[in-house]
Design a protein around this ligand. Structure first.
Ligand SMILES: *Cc1c(COP(=O)(O)O)cnc(C)c1O
Length: 370
């Protein structure tokens, strides 16, 4: 791709800190992962932070730690990356989907209560594309039914709802650090929480079920190896030192797109709730009816412009169809939205000339439909 969809922002600081780890010889279970955890808990304002090797493992540990199991239900959204739902399946519980709000693309909070049953064990909202879900309503319902809230904030580090950071509302929040996220460790994730007991179980689950203060070869529960290695953690510490700069750069790129795409009538721009402050993860546009998204995508790809349909609904993923029998039409807003979305090249160092090049290509491809 001449202009890729995403690209990590690695400076000399990242390189130096990773090299420091390689020179130290301590590649696992060292000070960098601890330092990264301290940075995150300070940034979010949480008592605890448990770093691990992916956002998916972070979500999985929370489901396990809350004792969610066979036949239990977790209310979540079908408009997300598959991991936010798979983590529920790992423990043989059932994701109960609710459709999304067509403006914010987050779960339609007016539908949550209808889906609560005896078996409901948690609500798992996803802050899609870096826009927080309506946490006022979600917390209100969660309190009423005494349910834990697990925030999948994997796409939303630095985003705010009513001035408060995404990931700091729920029983626990999760961030992910894959290279296309705002902050990267290569592969990595983290849990943030104020719940001491939950944190202790997650520290243990991450480290083969070891007790936190017992002998190395004593395993008190069935655990995993979900630890974050020191090179990845060091990369993360550098990125967290730069977080304000990173978020600002992304905000500037998003502002360029918003300004320059404003007058193209075939394009629907992202809608941001007045209470939300975006942390831009991706820049996703929608096409109005009559414009074939797939055709636009192929045209742009041929011109060397990276782009992708974000997301294919989870309930229509082949595995979910096979396992649960979901059909087209089950979640109409999610389906309508996913058929019309396209993520455009979006990363910190994207230049104005490149943004102009993307927009010129879009305008030219749109000619086909005029
Ligand atoms: C990235 C992401 C995850 C976790 O991804 P990993 O690749 O396992 O780190 C989970 N949920 C959402 C919504 C994501 O975007």
């Amino acid at each position: 791709m001449r202009i890729p969809l995403s690209s990590p922002d690695i400076t000399e600081l990242e390189k130096d800190l990773v090299m420091e780890v390689l020179d130290s010889g301590q590649l696992g279970l060292g000070p960098k992962a601890k330092q990264f955890e301290e940075q995150l808990s300070e940034y979010i304002g949480s008592r605890f932070a448990i770093a691990c090797n992916s956002g998916t493992s972070a979500l999985h540990m929370l489901i396990r730690a809350l004792g969610i199991r066979d036949g239990d239900e977790v209310i979540t959204t079908p408009f997300s990356f598959v991991a936010s739902s798979n983590c529920i399946l790992f423990e043989r519980a059932k994701p109960v989907f609710i459709d999304i709000d067509e403006k914010t693309l987050n779960m339609d909070v007016t539908q949550i209560e209808n889906k609560i049953t005896e078996r409901t064990k948690a609500i798992l909202p996803v802050h899609v594309f870096g826009q927080p879900a309506n946490m006022d309503e979600i917390l209100k319902i969660a309190r009423k039914y005494n349910l834990p809230v697990l925030e999948d904030a994997c796409e939303a580090i630095g985003a705010k709802w009513n001035g408060k950071l995404a990931g700091s509302f729920g029983t626990a929040g999760v961030f992910a650090f894959y290279p296309n996220k705002q902050v990267t460790t290569g592969e990595g994730g983290i849990i943030v929480t104020d719940d001491e007991e939950l944190a202790a179980v997650c520290y243990s689950l991450r480290n083969q079920g070891r007790g936190n203060d017992v002998q190395w070869l004593s395993h008190i529960r069935l655990g995993f190896n979900y630890r974050l290695d020191e090179m990845s953690a060091a990369l993360g510490t550098a990125q967290m030192k730069r977080i304000e700069e990173i978020l600002k750069k992304r905000q500037q790129v998003a502002a360029m797109y918003l300004e320059k795409l404003r007058d193209i009538p075939e394009i629907i721009l992202p809608t941001i709730d007045a209470r939300a402050e975006m942390s831009w993860f991706v820049f996703v546009i929608r096409f109005i009816e009559g414009i074939q998204r797939n055709q636009m995508m192929e045209g742009l790809l041929k011109r060397g412009i990276g782009c992708r349909p974000y997301f294919t609904p989870i309930h229509l993923q082949p595995f979910y169809v096979e396992q649960f029998g979901y059909q087209t039409g089950d979640f109409p807003v999610t389906e309508r939205v996913s058929q019309s979305t396209l993520a455009l090249p979006f990363y910190n160092r994207l230049t104005e000339q490149e943004v102009d090049q993307v927009i010129r290509a879009i305008r030219e491809e749109l000619q086909i439909f005029r």
